[in-house]
Write a protein that binds this ligand. Structure first.
Ligand code: ATP
Ligand code: MG
Length: 275
C-alpha cells in the first residue's frame, strides 16, 4: 500500500490515539491541490464497484466509527456518490430495537452484511457494543470483554466467505468537535442534528478514547484491518478512505465474468438478422 499504510493498525499493535495527528494532510498542500487525485480515486471507485457487482462473487463491507461530528455522513456521501446505487447500501446502527436487543449483539450486523457483489457501509457498527456499551456500563465487564474475540471470529467468517472488510475510525480532536458543534448551532441547516446528549457524551471523551484504543488494538486483523483516518480536514478524510478502498479492491483481482452465450453465433445469426 501507499503512504496510507501509516494509518493502518498492524494486527496485535497497541494503539495510542494521541500518536495520530488528526490534522494530517498527507503530501497535499490543500483541497485544491488534491482535487485531481480526489477525482481520480472517485473514478476508480466507480469502475471497481462496477466490477465487483458484475463479478458477483466477492463483497465489500466498510465500517465507519467516529465520535459525533467525526464525519461518517460525509464519508458515506463521498464514497457512495462515486458508485452505482444499484449494488450499494448503508446500514445505520442506533440503539438496538426491542427485536434486536432480544438477540445476540452480532445478529443485526450479520443480517445487514453484504451479499455477493454488494457494497455495504456500516454507519456505526457492531463495535458500538464494545464502545458506547462499555462506556455506559450497559452490560457487565465480562460480557463486553468477551466481545472482542467474538467480533474477530464473526469478521473472519465474513472474510472467509469473500467479504473484504475495511474499518475506519475517523479521528478528530475534542476541540475540533466543539468547534463543529458550534457551527451546527449557528447553521439553520444543521441545527436539527444537535442535541443535549451530544454535549453529555463529550464529557466522556477520554473513556471513549480508551474504548476505541482497545477495540482498534484487539480487532485489527489481516482479514479485517482498522485504519485511523485523520479527519480534521474533510477533503483529506474522504480522499484517504476512497484511496484505501480502491487499493484493497484492486488487490482482489476482480474479473468481469466471461460471456456464457455464443457471441460469434449471436453476432452472425441474431445481430445481423435484427437489422
Ligand atoms: P448523526 O451523525 O446523525 O448524529 P449517529 O450515528 O450519531 O448519527 P444518532 O441517532 O444520533 O446517530 O445516534 C445513534 C446512537 O445510538 C449513538 O449514540 C450510538 O452510540 C447509539 N448506539 C448504537 N449502537 C448501540 C448499542 N448497541 N447500544 C447502545 N447504543 C447504541
Ligand atoms: Mg448522533
Amino acid at each position: 500500500m501507499s503512504y496510507l499504510s501509516q494509518f493502518k493498525i498492524a494486527p496485535g499493535a497497541r494503539v495510542k490515539l494521541a500518536q495520530f495527528d488528526p490534522t494530517c494532510k498527507g503530501h497535499h498542500e490543500n483541497h485544491a491541490a488534491a482535487a485531481a487525485e480526489i477525482a481520480h480515486y472517485s473514478e476508480r471507485l466507480r469502475a471497481l464497484q462496477d466490477l465487483l457487482y458484475a463479478e458477483d462473487n466477492r463483497s465489500l463491507l466498510i465500517c465507519l466509527q467516529a465520535m459525533d461530528t467525526g464525519g461518517k455522513d460525509g464519508v458515506i456521501n463521498h464514497v457512495l456518490a462515486a458508485m452505482n446505487p444499484q449494488g450499494c447500501r448503508v446500514a445505520h446502527f442506533r440503539q438496538p430495537s426491542r427485536e434486536e436487543a432480544a438477540h445476540d449483539f452480532l445478529w443485526r450486523a450479520h443480517r445487514a452484511a453484504p451479499a455477493r457483489g454488494e457494497v455495504v457501509i456500516f454507519n456505526r457498527s457492531h463495535y458500538e457494543d464494545v464502545l458506547v456499551v462499555r462506556v455506559h456500563d450497559l452490560v457487565p465487564k465480562q460480557v463486553w470483554s468477551d466481545r472482542y474475540e467474538q467480533i474477530n471470529e464473526f469478521e473472519r467468517l465474513l472474510a472467509d466467505q469473500g467479504t473484504q472488510i475495511l474499518k475506519f475510525y475517523l479521528h478528530i480532536s475534542s476541540d475540533e468537535q466543539l468547534s463543529r458543534f458550534k457551527d451546527r448551532l449557528e447553521d439553520p441547516t444543521k441545527q436539527w442534528k444537535i442535541s443535549e446528549a451530544d454535549y453529555a457524551e463529550r464529557k466522556r471523551w477520554s473513556q471513549y478514547m480508551t474504548a476505541y484504543e482497545d477495540a482498534l488494538s484487539r480487532c485489527s486483523t489481516a482479514a479485517a484491518p482498522w485504519f485511523v483516518i485523520p479527519s480534521a480536514h474533510k477533503w483529506f478524510r474522504n480522499l484517504a478512505v476512497a484511496q484505501i478502498v480502491v487499493e484493497h479492491l484492486e488487490g482482489l483481482g476482480l474479473q468481469y465474468p466471461r460471456a456464457t452465450a455464443d457471441l460469434e453465433r449471436i453476432r452472425h445469426e441474431y445481430h445481423a438478422a435484427s437489422k
